[in-house]
Design a protein around this ligand. Sequence first.
Ligand code: ABC
Ligand code: CA
Length: 472
Amino acid sequence: ATPAEWQQRSIYQLVTDRFATSDGSSPSCDTEDRVYCGGTWQGIINELDYIQYMGFDAVWISPIVANLEGSTGDGYSYHGYWTVDQNALNDHFGTADDLNNLASALHSRGMYLMVDVVVNHMAANTLPPDYSTFTPFDAESYFHTFCWVTDYSNQTNVEQCWLGDDSVPLADCNTENDDVIDFFYSWIGQLQSNYSVDGFRIDTVKHIRKDFWPDFQNAAGVYAVGEVFDGDVNYVAPYTEVLDGILDYPTYYQLTYAFESTSGSIQNLVNVIQSAQSAYENKLFTVGTFLENQDNPRFQSITTDQGLVKNAMAWPFIADGIPILYYGQEQGYTGANDPYNREALWLSGYEEDKPLVQHVRILNAARKAAIAASSSYLSTAVTFPSVGGNTLAVSKYPMLALLTNVGASGTPAWDVSSGTGYASGTELIDVLTCTTYTAGSGGSVSVTGSEGAPVILLPTSVFNTTYCSELV
Ligand code: ABC
Ligand code: CA
């Protein structure tokens, strides 16, 4: 699928080993043990109703290829990022049939499959590695000369030295070598067609020279979003010119800082968005926008104030990019850094009758309603008609999101005098509470909220109010 097709989607990111088991059982899973807990591709198929109920129409799964087996000083390879064989599947997750069945099951529901891929490195459990254990790069010559990535201010060190540690060195593929380059360009095209992949998430993008990526993107033939793990817009921006999209780390950081406490800076969030809107190749329209992922502490490990949580969670769904929700956030999971942020979802029972599950469901529905109501929604960049110390109005017509970090014990108020795009007299509905308001002269909007929750307005005429009767 193309970037334009992906823009209309919202993505549920899951860790395959931790999402669902084939037989629906709920084995114990202590994240600290860093072992395979039993999640599979068949398990994902079994729980697609749950994902679809929340309004997601794309699923990002863990890397699929064969990994390092057995125990290491960094645990087992349950996350899938430690490739040893590029041409075989990780049989902990299932068979080729299972993976194809997952693609078919998704497609029959009108949903997309996003597969995570790693081309920067392969994983070993000795240093130097036993290169004969790798397929197809079974010799030292396919890799950069060993050195650790130690200096993130030195781009050559970042690109040509090795990630990992003594327990699991990540042998850095020589992506300047023609055999390696040719292999990966043909590999990604085959992966796409073999498993009917609709899009890719690419690992460790900043660890490979930029000019490797355009041909890789072309060979993939579908939308790809690259992981450039860096909070600086100026560092990330050039990667938006070589791939369809990037995971928007600069926004991730400012979003977290803005809402992690009642003294977070809303202005810094506004600033990073405005910088990215001008610095990124396609503004923010094709980036992946996220609040959590497998590498960072979950938001609720920082604060459990439900006012703050609901505002931060709303952001990806009211902003310019493609929303990504990391599995478990909707169940209120609180795991901090890797490995604690990779809890088994089956331990939640996939319960739908929960406040944050409902929150996400309405956020997806509101975004879909805005897309359906305005053909220019997906090419309209957010503006900020009102920025206060603890409040923020985000306009993306026909949506107006009123955010706040006053927290659950505060009573936020917004006075937006212009810049909403609404005609005077338009009836508006807060999709989260189904309270209605009327736009004043010049489209002005005045709202007093409660319990520090966000208020997300749409013209009542474009929102399906059957969601209101289902509010829990
Ligand atoms: C394992 C253990 C961990 C243990 C670690 C040493 O080994 O599980 O407990 O601490 C996979 C697994 C991990 C595993 C690693 C290493 O492999 O998932 O569990 O950790 O064996 C991607 C994936 C990630 C994956 C890999 C490897 C890469 O998303 O899940 O990890 O295939 C760097 C890379 C980035 C990578 C990330 C984990 O490490 O660039 O691609 N993610 C700075 C650097 C970043 C760096 C980041 C974290 O630190 O600039 O490049 O990411 O180390 C901001 C700055 C940022 C800065 C942050 C910290 O602060 O703007 O630049 O990031 O302000
Ligand atoms: Ca590299």
